[in-house]
Design a protein around this ligand. Sequence first.
Ligand code: SOE
Length: 395
Amino acid sequence: MAKTCNVALIGQGFMGRTHSNAYLKVSKFFHDLPLDPVMHTVFGMEQENPAAFAARWGWKNWVTDWRKAIRDADVNFVDLVTPNYMHMEPALAAMAAGKPVATEKPIAGTLADARAMVEAAKKAKVKTFVWYNYRRCPAVALAHELVKAGKLGRIFHVRCVYLQDWGGPKTPLLWRFQKKLAGSGAHGDLNAHIVDMARFITGDEIVEVSGAIAETFIKEREIPSAASAGGIAGGAKGGVKMGKSDVDDAVLFLTRFKKGAVGSFEASRLATGYKNQNGIEIHGEKGALRFRFEDMNYLDYYDNTAEVKVQGWNRIMCTSGGNHPYVGAWWPDAHILGYEHGFVNQAADIMRVLGGQTPVVPIPDFADAYETQRVLEAALLAAKNRAAVKMSEVK
Ligand code: SOE
């Protein structure tokens, strides 16, 4: 019988649901874990009705002061799903209490917050994690394994996009459109994922960022009624209160990698027609890979070492239990997986690491996620200065 790990979830919302579902399901599908998570306490603000959220998802306790959850001696692990501006303070408090801590991506809204979290983690000597969930899509984990096995050889090109289209003029001024709460817009939300994924799959690091463009297409958005009571400053447009969106709707940039590859990254919330198209293409001397999240069970692989007459893109369905990462815990071949499975797979790997075992594929800790945050910062600098930025210039 595995030992238990009492989890405190700090925050609710969309990620509160994906993480609650992960803790609810993980031990039912992964039978070999060293620790079974117990859904011990969830924090939510009064107006978010944490009692109802706790009852719906099976959290044993709920609090409206996150410090209480972190101070609780029975809590063994703290998981943050709060908006980006509220990652640092609870993370520092958890580490000061000697507790392992995870945050949703990106590690923080700003490089300064991220740096403070990394430094505190070094001092506290506690385990840390960042939920870059797409690493645990079986197809992405397989891509990582193929590159690590040398299947692509020398890599020339890395081409990444993360395209959504929910950010149109009708979308209100959510926290994601306010720099003081989010840090940046599509950039920290979406480029964060593809920079992490590019680093994870290639095993390489970015050394220079150039050709960066940041654009805010929609400069004013309607202040949501609840928020207008919160005093977000804004003008009125025909009785509707409007507020300034001070973050990007799209950021594009070019990169050089340490081992010589060149890369392009494009994130947008106004890529009409794409709902959640997180995609990467990698071209190497011996082969190529292509992944698109909207078709997440497949990895396209081009074997450039095959006989020319049979060369072509192999469309691999990554659902074979014995061959593809994570799927053995789920369903028989071709009974495909979805977005939520990546979070359950990550909860399994977090329990493995907390229990002294190794994850199926690496999980970014705060120090690893800081490298992604540095690239995000370099891209914003490159866009502002309309000049190339060497990573050595961004500490
Ligand atoms: C919104 O862009 C969002 O919810 C991201 O924040 C998530 O990380 C992504 O998985 C889905 O889209």
